[in-house]
Design a protein. Structure first.
Length: 344
């Protein structure tokens, strides 16, 4: 079995020791080195050449975000962030980190599934394509948002986008370009820990002409608004007698899944008519969430797009849907927006 070297970056000696033990609980990994701050991390990455780096955000001398920017420019490597702070973790993803893990949950939980998930994320990072660093953060123009034009009606009534590892950066490239005249609502299902989806919505809301918000129970979806399914619960859509999509949320459902929110749960809850008028997009992510749901909605006439391997950070979810023969078209990320608009 091939083993992969991990560099641990944390300013706490106790944390470095604890995280080391957790990583080496898997036979796939060994600790190639430890670093106490951002400058130390950069030096050791260049010298030791680890396969993966786990990094805390709050570091002395040179903070995690600043260190990450230098790492991705000078000595790119797969970085998994260990943090409890949502905005800092999301900023790290924008700067090129592959994934993030809730540090407190990892350290404090006694559930075997938490450690198993950590090892799975590390292994996914081994072969992950490094996401491009986002250097510009364009701000939403109020003047542009106030411009109203008659929408052009297409043959679809709903756009759902599902993503996991690498998803935030991929989603941003699409959502920043969606026009104000979009005549359908958009639901984003992004795998994230509880407490992270609302900050994600706030960050996205500042970027493009459309409003982005976290979806709420019993909320009626509005055309031209982007909704993010909240983490920690399941989000489903039911059509009212008036033809509106209404958000319904539950803690648990009968669908077996590791994820909250789950793409499968959302898609399996759609009725036949809603499936027929659905455009589903599957972006980068590990695992097979979305396969069962795509199989159902495709049977009723949904159109399904998937990101191709060449641009996926992790070619997991799009791969299983494509290999099942459920995809109408598979495209690299830069082409997906144009295909979405041609269908809508």
């Amino acid at each position: 079995m091939e083993k992969y070297g991990v560099l641990i970056v944390d300013d706490s000696a106790l944390m470095r020791k604890t995280i080391s033990a957790m990583i080496e609980a898997s036979p796939q990994f060994y600790i190639i080195g430890k670093a106490r701050n951002g400058r130390d991390a950069i030096e050791k990455i260049k010298r030791l050449k680890p396969t993966i780096v786990t990094m805390d955000i709050d570091l002395p001398e040179l903070g995690g975000i600043d260190a990450l920017k230098i790492i991705m420019q000078d000595c790119p490597v797969s970085v998994v962030i260990l943090s409890n702070e949502a905005n800092s973790s999301l900023e790290a993803i924008e700067c090129g980190a592959v994934d993030f893990v809730l540090k407190n949950q990892l350290i404090q939980s006694e559930e075997p599934s938490v450690l198993e998930d950590f090892h799975r994320r590390l292994f996914t990072a081994v072969n992950a394509k490094l996401p491009k660093q986002i250097t510009e953060q364009p701000k939403k123009s109020v003047a542009v948002k106030q411009i109203k034009q008659p929408p052009i009606k297409g043959n679809k009534e709903l756009l759902i986008i599902g993503s996991s590892t690498g998803g935030p950066s991929a989603l941003q490239t699409i959502m920043m370009r969606l026009p104000q005249t979009l005549h359908v609502p958009v639901l984003i299902i992004q795998h994230m820990p509880p407490g992270f989806t609302k900050p994600l919505a706030s960050r996205f809301d500042a970027l493009g002409p459309l409003t982005v918000k976290e979806a709420e129970h019993n909320e009626i979806l509005q055309a031209g608004t982007i909704y993010i399914a909240p983490a920690g619960i399941q989000t489903m859509l039911k059509k009212s007698e008036e033809g509106h999509y209404v958000v319904k949320q539950k803690i648990t459902t009968s669908v077996e899944t590791l994820y909250k929110p789950s793409i499968d749960v959302t898609l399996l809850a759609l009725d036949e008519a809603s499936s027929r008028t659905l455009l589903m997009v599957v972006l980068t992510g590990m695992g097979d969430d979305g396969l069962k749901g795509c199989r159902k909605v495709k049977r009723f006439g949904a159109t399904i797009l998937a990101e191709s391997e060449e641009t996926c950070v992790v070619y997991g979810m799009p791969k299983v849907v494509a290999e099942a023969g459920l995809v109408d078209k598979q495209l690299p990320l830069p082409q997906i927006f144009d295909e979405i608009m041609s269908i809508l």
